[in-house]
Design a protein. Structure first.
Length: 158
């Protein structure tokens, strides 16, 4: 992507953030937006050093996806169930950038890679975690996360 196009894209993203409107950033909110089909344009730092690790609990048959730095991924506690201490099975372990290149279309999004070589690119990479998205419509991601948490807690009672 040319430098001027990248700067315009990031500037538009920063404008949306300033207006608190149709933009998400950080891995958690961006993945929630993707899962909802709300992300129209995904923006990813081409050198994002993040792993996508999919874990399976053989006792509960539940799966969980973690997004971790290589350093964080070495923490053994993450690979055990907190309640039962059973060892979790690693189903997938790959760089997020590689995974998203293969999967972004399934979310109905377009993808743009940016560098940190411009002032805007550097600000996006360092200030927003190197991943974000322009949304099709405004979404309250915090409310979506709270709803998911409530749904998860209902499982304990059934």
């Amino acid at each position: 992507m040319s430098s001027s196009i990248q700067e315009k894209l990031i500037s538009k993203s920063l404008d949306e953030v300033a207006q608190d409107t149709k933009f998400c950033f950080g891995i958690k909110d961006t993945m929630q937006g993707l899962d909802m089909g709300a992300v129209e344009r995904l923006i990813v730092w081409e050198e994002l050093d993040l792993l996508r690790i999919k874990l399976h609990n053989p006792h509960t048959d539940k799966e969980e996806v973690l997004y971790l730095t290589p350093k964080e991924s070495k923490c053994d506690v993450l690979y055990r169930c907190l309640e039962t201490k059973v060892e979790l099975t690693v189903m997938e372990n790959e760089l997020f950038v590689e995974w998203i290149v293969n999967n972004y279309k399934s979310f109905g999004a377009k993808i743009d890679f940016v560098t940190d070589r411009s002032q805007e690119g550097h600000q996006f990479c360092k200030g927003f975690g190197g991943v974000g998205g322009l949304l099709r419509y405004q979404v309250e991601l915090e409310l979506f996360a709270e709803t998911e948490d409530l749904e998860d807690s209902d499982d304990d009672f059934m």
